[in-house]
Design a binder for this molecule. Structure first.
Ligand code: NAP
Ligand code: MG
Length: 373
């Protein structure tokens, strides 16, 4: 079989720990044998970020702006403990995701991957719930201060960014033909959250006709009411959240759907640039076991789907049908492997006992997918 050609590169952003190990494995076993893979490579592994004084992160974000499509591996956001683990670090570098988000000024959409053999904890959920997380400002760019008897926090957001957020959400709702919910706490935060609510209302005027003709709905409600409704819903909609709410709620929704390892994530900028990734982190505990010579059973599905998301989008933008079809085929092969009962350790306990799941390590699991492709 000749390899599938590519015309435009995908911005490939490498990362840390266990996901860095999986990254190479996915490329070697599932991509390079089939695709004449063209990427522009940026190493966001913590050591190289430190060597470049984090310039590589900004470069990677600008490359996504230029080429339109990126795929990112999970990366370490250093904290005090990491500063001890990596003594060569000259600074506690900022979260690469936060840097990329603020440069692209985009919105993050997170959607769980659902399969029949894994039932969500919330029994009423039948379809995925997509969380749209605003990716700019609030507590993530806040200034904090401590005085003798109090702690202080100042946060901001930009009208332009809230507008971009609203537009990305309405566009994505139309593209995926799903209802859009938006929630804040504007009864308490009358000015700050009130502005979010008002901007969404204003922007909606430009999308109303298209929503009505598709038979989809936009509705606003308070965050606590939204939480209660989400739990009683059947799923199949987009829930737009402010930055912090989206951070927290996406972890809740993904765990309730099954596993954090089954959650995909895409950053969409208002001018149509896409950065795909897995929602989970670098899976540190598994990496320590790997360094000890073990073969952990880390789930690569979300990272594989980050790649397929990027390949399909690249295929669509370039009119490269073969590439987009390959992405679909790789997703099908991954899901069929799970349906056949071959899975990683995080998923097996979520299936019925009579499903007879066989737990394998990441190498065997990716090998099984490769065979199906
Ligand atoms: P994490 O890497 O997502 O892992 C938390 C736990 O969830 C793991 O220990 C594991 O549980 C389970 N898990 C997550 N992904 C899994 C997978 N693919 N397969 C199987 N199990 C999986 O979160 P964390 O431990 O909070 O963070 C670790 C590092 O990742 C931190 O340095 C953080 O800064 C970084 N991080 C990066 C991103 C990003 O780049 N997008 C996002 C979040 C965190 P068990 O150990 O119980 O098996
Ligand atoms: Mg989170």
């Amino acid at each position: 079989m000749p390899k599938i050609p590519m015309t435009t590169p995908i911005v490939e952003i490498d990362g840390d720990e266990m996901t860095r190990v999986l990254w190479q494995l996915i490329k070697d076993e599932l991509l390079l044998p089939f695709i004449d893979l063209k990427t522009e490579y940026y190493d966001l592994g913590l050591e190289y970020r430190n060597e470049t004084k984090d310039k590589v992160t900004t470069d990677a974000a600008n490359a996504i702006k230029k080429h339109g499509v990126g795929v990112k591996c999970a990366t370490i956001t250093p904290n005090k403990q990491r500063m001890e683990e990596y003594p060569q670090l000259t600074e506690m570098w900022k979260s690469p995701n936060a840097t990329i988000r603020s440069i692209l000024d985009g919105t993050v959409f997170r959607t769980p991957i659902i399969i029949d053999c894994i039932k969500p904890t919330v029994r009423t959920w039948e379809k995925p719930i997509t969380i749209a997380r605003h990716a700019y400002g609030d507590v993530y760019m806040a200034t904090e201060h401590k005085t003798d008897d109090a702690v202080w926090l100042t946060q901001h957001n930009k009208m332009s960014s809230i507008q971009s957020f609203a537009r990305s959400c309405f566009e994505y709702a139309i593209e995926s033909k799903q209802d859009l919910w938006f929630s804040t706490k504007d009864t308490i935060s009358k000015i700050y959250d009130g502005e979010f609510k008002a901007i969404f209302e204003d922007e909606y005027e430009n999308y109303k006709d298209r929503f009505e003709s598709l038979g989809i709905e936009y509705f606003y409600t308070l965050i606590d009411d939204a939480v209660a409704r989400v739990v009683r819903s059947k799923g199949g909609f987009i829930w737009a959240c402010k930055n912090y709410d989206g951070d927290v709620m996406s972890d809740m929704v993904s765990s309730a759907f099954g596993s954090l390892a089954m959650m995909t994530s895409v950053l969409v900028s208002p001018d149509g640039k896409f950065a795909f990734e897995a929602a989970h982190g670098t899976v540190t505990r598994h990496y320590y076991r790997y360094k000890d010579g073990q073969k952990p059973s880390t789930n690569p599905i979300a990272t594989i789907f980050a790649w397929t998301g990027a390949l399909r989008k690249r295929g669509e933008l370039d009119g490269n049908k073969e590439l987009a079809e390959f992405a679909n085929r790789l997703e099908e092969a991954s899901l069929r492997t799970l349906k056949d009962g071959i899975m990683t350790a995080d998923l097996a306990p979520l299936t019925d006992p009579d499903f007879n799941a066989r737990v394998v390590d990441s190498w065997e699991f990716i090998g099984a997918i490769a065979k199906k492709v």
